[in-house]
Design a protein around this ligand. Structure first.
Ligand code: BES
Ligand code: ZN
Ligand code: ZN
Length: 473
């Protein structure tokens, strides 16, 4: 459901209007009759934040966001208010947003919230969504370029949601790789896809071990956006977990509320594809590479088994104690592969652990970092701006011991405690560069509607990465 976002310098008497204002005295431009005026005044006094007037030829909605001294929380409130307004206008084709407060950022937050709300995953429904909103016009906006940028950013978030919502039956590893390629053709980045032969010749043991039980072949995709005016000499690398379905493998998951949502397990990869789409489509001046190892994880006669020892891409040996801890196996190979680029920074995104989801729920992203304190600070700042917030975990040396193995260099299972952290420690073993780990198991997918983030896949992480990379010096 693409939403166009455009500037418009005229308003006719038939245009549906969404008006942001902090007082009801400046509405004379609307030619309201006295009853409408009185109604709005009385609602304003009651501090009602969304006031709807149904006129014969159009709908007018007056929006009065609640104050908040924290500006990030204020703009998040505005995006959420836009979601509330969306439920009133979804059958309209177009609306005009007018801001009588003359606040540009406020308008943009509102438009962003509205456009992000305009989403339904109805690909497999016979009866399609009744939502009709095609274009959001913004009256007399002073930053028209930003509207075009927002339009593309929202489109990228929806691409991520579509990918994550698509079930395993329709998205195997090769389909995920081809989706990355298609996104690249659309937005202007390149994609090269390694198939099983190449992955075998590279000896990516982690990815191959997880893939052993599958009837489908793994892929390893490399996405690259390298503009001529790139400010960074060394690339930023985004790594995304691409488990297109996680049954747990021989350490089989139970079905209810667990395996049944495991199409989500490529959300890290989906977020990288969405972020790359937004970055390239908006031509950001940073050299960015995406790495996506992909396979499903399932049991079979040939599946990797608890007790196995696997030699990884970088020759580290890993004792597999739980085949359901498969994300770290495939990510480890991608993180080792990233070394060859001598990256400035690597960020990985993964629906890695139930522990992360249990710790903070869907309200934010569990994060860890190594050699990247400043980078993490900046990312956390972007987290507040986009309300895709980071919750940093301790990453003390003490945890290193918890992944030591009796028979191999390390094991893929930590102890009883700190599951998200020991998973992070496992990944850290394969890095030597500034690195941030984002465990998105909580927010990637929600079972009930989460404001403008929709229900099902949220796309959380795309706006975060985009804002962070856009603001790099
Ligand atoms: N894909 C899961 C993690 C997950 C859980 C994602 C909930 C989204 C929502 C991951 O591969 C997994 O199974 N992790 C195990 C690790 C454990 C066996 C060490 C977990 O968290 O239980
Ligand atoms: Zn698993
Ligand atoms: Zn998994």
């Amino acid at each position: 459901m693409k939403t166009f976002i455009k500037n418009k310098n005229t308003i006719s008497e038939k245009d549906n209007l969404l008006i942001l204002t902090k007082n009801s005295n400046n509405l004379s431009i609307l030619n309201l009759d006295i009853r409408e005026k009185n109604y709005i005044d009385s609602e304003f006094k009651k501090e009602v934040d969304v006031i709807k007037i149904n006129q014969y030829a159009r709908i007018i909605i007056i929006i009065n966001p609640k104050k908040n001294t924290d500006k990030n929380l204020y703009f998040e409130g505005v995006r959420c208010l836009a979601f509330k307004v969306f439920s009133e206008i979804k059958t309209l084709k177009t609306v005009i947003v007018q801001n009588l407060n003359n606040e540009v950022i406020e308008t943009e937050a509102f438009v962003e919230g509205l456009a992000l709300s305009n989403y339904d995953f109805d690909q497999f429904k016979t009866e399609k969504s009744k939502n009709k909103l095609e274009t959001i016009f913004v009256y007399n906006h002073s930053d028209i370029k930003r509207l075009a940028e927002l339009e593309k950013l929202v489109e990228a978030v929806k691409l991520t949601r579509d990918l994550v919502n698509t079930p395993f039956s329709h998205l195997k590893a090769i389909d995920l790789a081809q989706s990355a390629k298609k996104a690249g053709i659309d937005a202007g980045f390149t994609t090269s896809i390694f198939t099983k032969k190449k992955i075998q010749s590279l000896k990516m043991g982690g990815l191959l071990a997880v893939n052993q039980g599958s009837i489908d072949e793994p892929t390893f995709s490399i996405l690259e956006w390298k503009p001529k005016n790139a400010k960074n000499k060394k690339p930023i690398i985004l790594v995304g977990k691409g488990i297109v379905y996680d049954t747990g493998g021989l350490s089989l998951k139970p079905t209810a509320n667990s395996m049944d949502i495991m199409k989500v397990d490529m959300a890290g990869a989906g977020t990288v594809i969405g972020a790359m789409h937004a970055i390239a489509n908006n031509k950001l001046d940073q050299h960015v590479i995406g790495l996506i190892p992909a396979t499903d994880n399932r049991p079979s006669g040939n599946a990797y088994a608890p007790g196995d020892v696997v030699t990884m891409f970088d020759k580290t040996t890993v004792e597999v104690l739980n085949t359901d801890a498969e994300g770290r196996m495939i990510l480890a190979d991608a993180l080792s592969y990233a070394k060859k680029y001598k990256p400035e920074l690597v960020i990985d995104l993964a629906t890695l652990t139930g522990s992360a989801a249990n710790t903070i729920g869907h309200f934010g992203i569990v994060s860890m970092q190594q050699k990247a304190i400043n980078e993490h600070n900046n990312l956390a700042k972007s987290g507040h701006i986009t309300h895709e917030r980071l919750a940093e975990m301790p990453f003390w040396k003490d945890y290193d011991n918890l992944i030591k193995s009796d028979v191999a260099d390390i094991k893929n299972l930590g102890g009883k405690f700190g599951g998200a952290i020991t998973a992070g420690k496992f990944l850290a073993y394969f890095t030597d560069y500034p690195w941030i780990h984002l465990d998105i198991a909580g927010p990637a997918y929600v079972s009930t509607e989460y404001q403008y983030r929709s229900k099902g896949a949220t796309g959380m992480g795309v706006r975060l990465l985009y804002d962070f990379i856009k603001n790099r010096k």
